[in-house]
Each structure stands twice: as C-alpha cells, then as structure tokens.
Ligand binder design. Structure first.
Ligand code: SAM
Length: 511
C-alpha cells in the first residue's frame, strides 16, 4: 500500500468513531502538528475507499481546525509552543512558510485500506487505537524532559496540583489524578510539608485522638527520653558511680534542673511516626486485610493506622512502659504489642506468616530510649548497635512470607567524635541483601522540622548541611516479576480514602 497526498476536503470524519478527544488534549494535538508537520507524512491518515477516516480521525480533525485558522492565528499559536521556541530563526521561518502555503491548499497524506470488509473496518478502528505496550516510567524520567512529554500529550507527570493549604477541590485536572488514586503522589520524594500531607496528618491526628503535642508528655514517661540531654551528659558520671539513671536522678539531680531538662524535650517534641507515611506504607506495599509487624515498634502510630486500615498488627518493643501505653491506645483494635527484644521476633511470630514488615529502628545513639542492656540505642559502639539491628532484621525477614515487601525507615547518624556519617542506610541495605531481600524503592521523606533553619547556620560553620530527610527503604522478598500478580492494581474509590467512615468497624473502643 502506498501513501498519497489528497485534498483535505476529500476526507470525511468517521461518525461511528468511538474515540473522543478532550479540549486540552485537542489543543496539544493541534500544537504538536503545527510544530512537527513531518509527522503526518510518516503517519498517514488511513481511509476506506469512500475517504472516510478509519485511522487518524483526531489528526484529521486537528488538520481541519488548522485549515480554518489564519496565518496570524498560526503564528500566535506557534509562538506559544516550547518546541517552536527551541528552533533557530531560519527553522521558524520555514515552518511559518510551510503553513502559509498549506492553508492556501490544505492537503493530507493518506493511505487507502480499500479492501477491508465492514467487519474488518470495525476491527481496525479499535485495534488501531489500542496501546498494548506500557511506558517504562524510569526510562521516560531519565531520558526525556517532563515538560516535553506533557506538551506532547503524554499523561505521565500529573504533578501535585494542590495548593499549599491543601485546598485542591476546584483545580483537579481531568482524568484520575495521582493524589486521588494513591493518597499521595507516588514519587521517590515524599514531601511532608505539602498542604495535602499536612491536611491528611491533621485528619489522622483527630482520628487517633490525643497524639499531638500533648501526647509527648505521656510518651516520654521513660526518664531516659524525658531527660534525654541529661541522660547523655551524665553517662560517664553514672558509670563512675556504678548506678543507674533512675537512682542518679533521685540522688544527684535537683527538681528545678529536672524541670528545665524535661521542658527542653517537650519543646523539641519526641519523634512520633508520621501517620500519613504509615498509611501509604500500608496502602502501597501491604495487602488488603493483611498481617503486618514491626520488630522495633516504638510508638503506637503504625499499629493504630495499620489496624484501622484493616490489618492485623504485631509490634515487638523492648520498653515495658511503651508497650503498656501502646496497648491502651489500640485497645479493641486488631493490633497487639509484645514486650521483648526485637532480636527474638521469631519467638513470637510464626515463620513465613506475615505480609508486611515495617520498621523504624533506633538511629544508633541519636535518641536514647532506655538504659536496658539490649536497647539498640544504648550500645557503646556503632558496631554493637548494628549487630542488634542485623539479628532483629534477619529474624524478622524469616517471619515474612515470600512475595512481600519490607519497608524500613532509616536516617543516617554522625559519629559524635569524628563528625562523619556511619553510613547506617547502606548497612541496612547490606543486611537485607545478605538475607536475600533486595532493595526495590528508595524514597526520601522530607520533613518540616521547625528548628532546621535555626540549626542550619550553626551547622554550616563546620560545613554540615542540616538534614531534613529520612530514607524509606522498600525491599522485596521474592521475584519482582510476580508483584503484579500478588498485589492488585491500586484503585481507590474516594470513599475508601475517607478516614472518618461511620461503618469502618475498626474504631477502637472508647475512642
Ligand atoms: C526509632 S524508635 C521507633 C520509631 C518509631 N517507629 C517512632 O518513630 O517513634 C525505636 C524503638 O526501638 C526500641 N528498641 C530499641 N532496642 C530494641 C530492641 N533490641 N528490641 C526491640 N525494640 C527496641 C526503642 O525502645 C524505640 O521505641
């Protein structure tokens, strides 16, 4: 079959064409043709023997639209197209001349599919428009410019369109925006400062109840956390005296000093897990009504969120008071906390029984949680700390089913003596790899940190940049080729994403 150039007026639109084009896409198509008319020769319009367009109806409609434009309109349109502005003056002039000549005698390159039966024509119309392939988003992101792709009509980067205050109701683009489908746009950077994130966090906080600032007071019941600075400062003194921190507080620290120290921690706030992060971990990497667990549980946020979303959660936590507090928080929900060393996780959870491992281990000595011997945050050296983390994760991996995700939140820490980073993140990757579980996503979580700006100028004196992120490492235990079978496509109806559902059946008692 060979192509021919015919008068545009000879071609007729196919009234029975089931494909539609929306206004913004149509504008993009017109612009795309205006700036790159050669494309039409390479992809001719397919017509039947009566010149009804079977393939390329949209291109034909765009050409008919251009044919009605004046050369002034065309010039104006071209001037607003990025690809046109990238061209040299000579190329721009040649393009304007091309369209000047074309609108005097509009033509189109066609190819005739004259010998098709009516049935075959119907089949062709559909098959011509079905895209069997899938975009390789990594490749697109690496080798193409996002703005170009958008100009060319590809719906890849539906960016965050919500305003900083989280109000996005009136500005939703057509189609299904990423934020509606995935709660948060699923990019490798998660920005907790965004309006949509903060708004959802507030919703979670209201739901969970007293989890905000006032809860710090209850959370920091452990003296090691309540008087964190003091605990670290007095370590040597206590060792020389051979007494624990409790006794030290009682005998050596006056009440007014205690008060001052406690106030310091309250104003800094104890790190509470971000509930929105917990939610997306469950939604993106868990399964519906699945079994999730954590071998360094910490506060009750993950357990609460996980259970609220319908999962059965088990958390192992070393500190008794934290376990008590958490258990009260999740009473009546499908979440339980066990007081033990995370290294013993396999004593409490059956091998290969869990669907999602989530954990945020201590970041060595950044925040000391207790004086307990096995507290990972309370080790004399980074090497001893890593041994605990390694044992706990190795055993946790054995509790995870095959073809499931493990999501570990980590942040690097500096050696207090040298100022160098320990490279904790790489160590966690190494531990998982050594246990046959490989890194599948690395996500950077950007955090607000009101004090970051204050710290930044002081840090810069020694050329340290203020850290305002954590890393979310997503590992996969299994063959990623099976992910599409094991994890169904994420498609939430807006009701599914409502946090305040009346019929959830997951509300904890007394909440
Ligand atoms: C970083 S916190 C947990 C983080 C928590 N997801 C959060 O952001 O609050 C780490 C927790 O691990 C606990 N922990 C420390 N060593 C442990 C061990 N050997 N076994 C179990 N839990 C341990 C600490 O008591 C602390 O609550």
């Amino acid at each position: 079959m060979k192509t021919e150039v015919v008068k545009l007026s000879q071609i007729k639109t196919n009234a029975a064409n089931p494909r539609q084009i929306k206004d913004d896409k149509f504008t993009k198509l017109v612009n795309s043709i205006l700036v790159f008319p050669k494309m039409l020769e390479i992809r001719p319009i397919v017509v039947d023997n009566t010149f009804v367009a079977l393939g390329g109806n949209m291109r034909f409609r765009a050409l008919a639209y251009i044919a009605d434009m004046t050369i002034e309109d065309i010039k104006e349109n071209l001037a607003g197209i990025r690809d046109f502005n990238k061209k040299t003056t000579a190329e721009q002039e040649a393009l304007v001349n091309y369209w000047q000549l074309w609108i005097d005698k509009p033509t189109a390159t066609i190819i005739k599919a004259a010998e098709l039966s009516d049935e075959e024509k119907k089949e062709f119309i559909i098959k011509d428009n079905v895209g069997f392939g899938e975009w390789d988003y990594d490749l697109l992101a690496n080798d193409w410019d996002a703005e170009d792709l958008n100009d060319w009509g590809l719906d890849v980067w539906q960016d965050d369109y919500s305003s900083e205050d989280g109000s996005n109701e009136n500005s939703k683009p057509a189609g299904a925006p990423l934020i509606d489908r995935f709660v948060i746009p699923p990019f490798s950077i998660l920005d907790t400062r965004k309006g949509y994130w903060q708004k959802r966090k507030t919703e979670w906080r209201e739901l969970i109840g007293d989890m905000g600032e006032s809860r710090n007071d209850t959370l920091i019941q452990s003296p090691e956390i309540k008087y964190k600075d003091l605990y670290q400062r007095t370590r040597q003194h206590r060792e020389s005296l051979g007494i624990g921190f409790g006794e030290y507080l009682e005998k050596y620290v006056p009440d007014e000093v205690k008060e001052k120290e406690a106030a310091k921690i309250l104003s800094q706030g104890v790190s509470l897990l971000d509930p929105v992060m917990a939610e997306i971990v469950c939604r993106w990497f868990g399964l519906e009504n699945c079994k999730s667990f954590d071998c360094f549980a910490g506060d009750s946020v993950f357990g609460y969120v996980s259970a609220y979303l319908g999962n059965e959660f088990t958390g192992i936590e070393l500190r008794e008071e934290q376990v008590k507090l958490n258990s009260e928080r999740v009473a009546g929900m499908s979440a339980r906390y066990i007081q033990d060393d995370g290294q013993n996780v396999a004593n409490h959870i059956e091998a290969g029984s869990q669907d999602l491992l989530f954990s945020c281990p201590p970041y060595f000595d950044l925040e000391k949680y207790s004086d307990l011997e096995n507290d990972a945050s309370n080790q004399d050296s980074y090497e001893e700390f890593i041994v605990i983390v390694e044992n706990a994760f190795k055993n946790a991996i054995s509790c995870l089913k095959d073809e499931r995700f493990a999501v570990i939140v980590v942040g690097d820490v500096r050696d207090k003596k040298t100022g160098f980073y320990y490279n904790f993140i790489d160590d966690v990757k190494r531990i998982f790899k050594a246990n046959g579980v490989y890194l599948y996503n690395e996500i950077i979580l950007i955090e607000t940190g009101a004090s970051t700006a204050l710290r930044a100028s002081r840090y810069m004196e020694s050329r340290k940049v203020a850290k305002m992120h954590q890393n979310i490492l997503v590992f996969y235990k299994g063959n990623p080729k099976n992910i599409k079978q094991s994890f169904k496509k994420i498609e939430y109806a807006s009701e599914d994403l409502e946090l305040f559902r009346v019929d959830s059946g997951n509300e904890p008692e007394g909440n």
